[in-house]
Ligand binder design. Structure first.
Ligand code: DAR
Length: 339
């Protein structure tokens, strides 16, 4: 029997593991920054269709509320007790699967990071959000070479600085899950996007995590996009102490993203397999990949263009994730060609 604070129809993992005895032990606990259990599960309480239903307000949340985070994480990520996450962002060499771009329209890889000594987006207040933005922007401005670029703060959104193309860079306000988690507080204050003058790099500041480092290319050169984003994260790691947990790897606001905190995917047009979804689903599942709609999480597939990306974030390194994505896409393209 679990605690009845959640909606009756909710099936989220936070509800599943919040037994009365656990609630009794955790209900009056707070992390050093004052983050409470009720703040952590508010999104799961307000959104009946939550999958995990809990967010972290700071690094310490994962320890202070371990009685609920641990079982929920182990089940969501299928992560066995006693295992430790290992990170490996070393350079990779992979053949371009589709140099003529007959199938793969684009490759996008994002890595989330939070700064250890700042509250995470669900809990950070305006004063510290401002301090974080200042610290991050100064590090971004120090990037050299093809990562050199410019930061666009959302507060200048309506000024002449934001031409049409720049406005497209902006990320939207968080969804209802993120809103109930507190991630939208003071939006659009202290939010912004850094973009390198050359193609490869964008960095979202103060979205669902402090940093979302993104590399995007209209090509199938997965290795190049991966090497770019990892090099950018490595350069930034010399400026900050990223939130890291010995068992769970890199820590994020939403526990679904811990570990590598990396989502690596392609937009791929599969006209034949779109008519044979069972074959496509079997292929995707066999490589532990996931299909999203053309415009991302919870959207439709348009014109047979699928967003296919890695599913696993925890218990696999970044290097292994890209190897696996490459193998899976190679097999999918081979099957599409055969059809
Ligand atoms: N609140 C989460 C959303 C899951 C993953 N999406 C993220 N993190 N953007 C839930 O469904 O419980």
């Amino acid at each position: 029997m679990t605690i009845s604070v959640f909606p009756e129809k909710s099936k989220c993992l936070a509800k599943k593991y919040l037994f009365p005895a656990v609630y009794k032990l955790l209900e009056h606990k707070e992390t050093g920054s004052g983050f409470t259990l009720l703040k952590a599960i508010n999104s799961g309480i307000k959104n009946v269709d939550s999958s995990i239903g809990i967010y972290a307000g700071d690094s310490m949340s994962y320890n202070t509320f371990a009685l609920i985070f641990d079982p929920a994480i182990r089940e969501y990520h299928d992560f066995p007790e006693g295992k430790k996450h290992r990170s490996d962002i070393s350079r990779i060499e992979l053949a371009n699967l589709d140099p003529e771009k007959r199938y793969i329209r684009s490759t996008r890889i994002r890595i989330a990071r939070n700064l250890n000594n700042f509250d995470f987006p669900p809990h950070i207040n305006l004063l510290f959000r401002r301090k974080l933005e200042k610290k991050v922007v100064s590090a971004l401005k120090s990037l050299k070479g093809n990562f050199q670029g410019q930061y666009y703060s959302f507060k200048d959104y309506n000024s002449s600085k934001y031409s049409g193309s720049k406005k497209k860079l902006c990320f939207p306000k968080g969804d209802r899950f993120q809103d109930a988690a507190g991630i939208n507080s003071d939006f659009p204050e202290c939010r912004g996007v850094f973009k390198s003058f050359d193609k490869p790099l964008m960095v979202w500041v103060n979205e669902e995590d402090h940093l979302r480092v993104i590399s995007l290319r209209l090509s199938a050169d997965i290795a190049k996009v991966y090497n770019d984003v990892c090099m950018a994260v490595d350069k930034l790691s010399h400026h900050f102490d990223f939130a890291w947990h010995d068992t769970y790897g890199y820590l994020t606001s939403c526990p679904t993203n811990i570990g590598t905190s990396m989502r690596a995917g392609v937009h791929i047009q599969l006209k034949k397999l779109a008519q044979k979804r069972t074959i496509l689903n079997d292929l995707v599942n066999s490589y532990n990949l996931q299909i999203r709609g053309t415009k991302g999480e919870k959207t439709r597939v348009e014109n047979a263009v699928f967003d296919i990306s890695n599913l696993q974030r925890l218990g696999i390194s970044e290097y292994e994730t890209i190897q696996n994505l490459h193998k899976g896409l190679e097999s999918i393209i081979k099957t599409e060609k055969k059809l």
